[in-house]
Ligand binder design. Sequence first.
Ligand SMILES: [Zn+2]
Ligand SMILES: [Zn+2]
Ligand SMILES: [Zn+2]
Ligand SMILES: [Zn+2]
Ligand SMILES: [Zn+2]
Ligand SMILES: [Zn+2]
Ligand SMILES: [Zn+2]
Ligand SMILES: [Zn+2]
Length: 288
Amino acid sequence: MKEGVWNEEAVCLLVLVMVLLCAMGAASADDCQHEFALKDCTYDRYCSKCEQWITRNTAHSWGSWRSGTGPSHVRSCTNYQCEAVDGGAHTGGTATCTDKAICDGCNLPYGEVDPDNHDWDEWYSMGSDKDHGHGRRCTRDPRNHYEFEAHTGGNPTCNVSAICTTCDQAYVDVDNHGGNATTNWAPYEHDNTRHIKLCEGCKFVVDRAPHDYSTATCTTPATCPDCKATSGDVDKTNHTGGTEIRNQVDAGEFTEGYTGDTHCLGCGDKLADGQSIQAIRLQLCGNH
Ligand SMILES: [Zn+2]
Ligand SMILES: [Zn+2]
Ligand SMILES: [Zn+2]
Ligand SMILES: [Zn+2]
Ligand SMILES: [Zn+2]
Ligand SMILES: [Zn+2]
Ligand SMILES: [Zn+2]
Ligand SMILES: [Zn+2]
């Protein structure tokens, strides 16, 4: 038993010595924090501390892409004491109204958003009048990106609709009286000094204005040319339409003539009497 115990202690001591020797050997080689003058892992490099040549890597171990200065991407080698950098300009991708372009090379966003590159939804009608128009929203930011415009196309009036060529909905143009509709003048019921023009299509008052009476004549009372309303009576002192001579009689050898009466061609009234004309024989005598 005693002999066996001694042998066990000897073995333990032997193992301890071997472990120490091994540890000393490792410290002088594998555990060196190598120091390389050349900061590139793809070359065989000499360590100035452990004085060994360390075998090169076949390639750099690139880290993930990050943005460089300017519109570029860069990545660095992650290997020990390697300062190799890879990089290039961002390229490709398409900016939208909400997102920057994604670079084909690094998959990072770059540049600015494009405020004009929306993803428009369908147009929808916002009402049946031309000015209500139609609108649409951007699917990327419907709250903030939208636009409106008037309905367009066809020839709508206040009561005849057309189909909008943009939103495909029927609409009218409440300000377009006439066109397909007709207009007429309606009498102004409570005031004979003015007239009203109503649209037949929608009864909208297109115009309201004082009568513009013409001057009364012997045949026509004062009349508004727009609504044909009249005021007062004919004016027998304002004859119109020219005159003609009636009941004219030429003088004869022995018979008296007559210059004729002047009549108004408009109303026929006699305006002036004529005068008698001496017989020709008497005229000749008078001259001698
Ligand atoms: Zn070293
Ligand atoms: Zn490297
Ligand atoms: Zn990039
Ligand atoms: Zn948008
Ligand atoms: Zn429309
Ligand atoms: Zn109308
Ligand atoms: Zn009138
Ligand atoms: Zn007259």
